[in-house]
Design a protein around this ligand. Structure first.
Ligand SMILES: Nc1ncnc2c1ncn2[C@@H]1O[C@H](COP(=O)(O)OS(=O)(=O)O)[C@@H](OP(=O)(O)O)[C@H]1O
Length: 359
């Protein structure tokens, strides 16, 4: 009797130890999995079936040039819990654990230019929209990293749910010869946004940026003129070349109809951000969620800033490299440059059907 009581007690104790051990091991497995995921390795786990299908579709895209939408890749279903690393630029390098569902899709809309036009402002304003998800940093896929392949590109994208738009911005696409053909072969339905700004101011802005990195840079006029006495403009200088918008647009129009483009005025993006954002949201087929309620004019910065940027409840202006004071350039130099751009600007107004009022 006494013996069997001990045996029962021992068995019971044994069971308790066993269940404690199994709880302990389950916890270890769970924590290891969580740790694994938080370090971003979940993506390297075997892919869900839909992903393999997309991979196949990508290969088909490369072979026959058909768009992915036609093949149904944009209708991919939700995937498992994965940490999302926001690809923000240095100023918004925040890690979020949100957005566990959805899939990485090719961008349906790209801000392709122009450098110093106000592209960062536009992207940050768009990111407030709940139906827009964008890569923060510039991927430079269609100009620098095309060799890495479309899968590499798609992997850079944030996850989106059905109805959300994936976006990126890389202003150098606009002046890259191969970019139109490459974007077209990804999807001919891609919406293209170009933020344009008075090419003279843009050139000075471009020069200011280079000067901030290389203080020993020759003067603006030294770089802008091939011959100072004749006033011949050096079109090989990128700060000048980028502003010949008509020439770059011609290259894009070989692949995309005008209806696929939206030209945003860089000037109006500063003076009337809500108005310009209304046009952008209409073009993207989005509800007009971003309105004048989202902006306030920051007197110190001299630019509109966001009351509530994406992922924050505090007002925020763009970083110091946006809205920099420009060096004083002699007025005759600016006038000469303005004369140089005039015919190109008119051609651009004709091509786009929009007078930007730079002349
Ligand atoms: N809201 C707001 N805040 C700050 N800056 C603004 C804003 N809206 C437009 N801009 C103008 O954006 C210019 C920089 O353009 P980008 O963002 O296209 O530059 S870049 O090509 O990505 O380097 C930048 O050029 P600079 O003034 O020469 O610095 C600004 O004039």
């Amino acid at each position: 009797m006494g013996c069997s009581k001990w045996r029962a007690a021992f068995n019971f104790g044994h069971l308790k130890v066993q269940s404690k051990l199994s709880v302990f091991f389950t916890m270890i497995i769970l924590f290891t999995y969580l740790f694994y995921c938080l370090n971003g390795y979940c993506d390297s786990l075997p892919r869900p079936v839909y992903d393999q299908r997309n991979n196949l579709q990508n290969k088909m895209t490369l072979n026959d040039g058909q768009s992915l939408e036609q093949l149904g890749a944009f209708n991919a279903s939700p995937v498992s819990f994965v940490r999302e690393l926001s690809h923000g630029d240095a100023s918004s390098n925040n890690i979020s654990i949100a957005n566990n569902f959805g899939s990485k899709k090719f961008p349906q809309a790209i801000i392709i230019g122009v450098k110093k036009g106000g592209t960062r402002a536009l992207l940050e304003f768009l990111r407030i929209h709940p139906d827009v998800r964008a890569v923060g940093a510039e991927p430079h896929f269609f100009d620098r990293f095309y060799d890495k392949g479309l899968e590499w590109y798609r992997n850079l994208m944030p996850r989106t749910l059905e109805g959300q738009i994936t976006m990126e911005k890389t202003p150098s696409y606009f002046i890259t010869k191969e970019a139109p053909r490459r974007v077209f072969s990804m999807s001919r339905h891609t919406k293209l946004i170009v933020v344009v700004r008075d090419p003279v101011t843009r050139a000075v802005s471009d020069y200011t940026q280079t000067l901030s990195k290389s203080p020993g840079l020759p003067s603006f006029q030294n770089l802008a003129f091939r011959n100072a006495t004749t006033g011949l403009i050096d079109t090989s200088w990128s700060a000048v070349r980028i502003g010949i918008y008509a020439k770059h647009l011609e290259n894009w129009l070989r692949y995309f109809p005008l209806s696929r483009f939206l030209f945003v005025s860089g000037e109006r993006l500063v003076t009337d951000p809500a108005g310009e954002m209304g046009r952008v949201q209409d073009f993207l087929g989005l509800k007009r969620v971003v309105t004048d309620k989202h902006f306030y004019f920051n007197q110190t910065k001299g630019f509109p800033c966001l009351k509530k940027p994406e992922g924050s409840s505090r007002p925020r202006c763009l970083g110091k490299s946006k809205g920099r004071p420009h060096p004083q350039i002699p007025s005759e130099v600016l006038l000469r440059l303005r004369d140089f751009y005039r015919p190109f600007n008119f051609k651009f107004y004709q091509m786009t059907g929009h007078n930007f009022g730079w002349d």
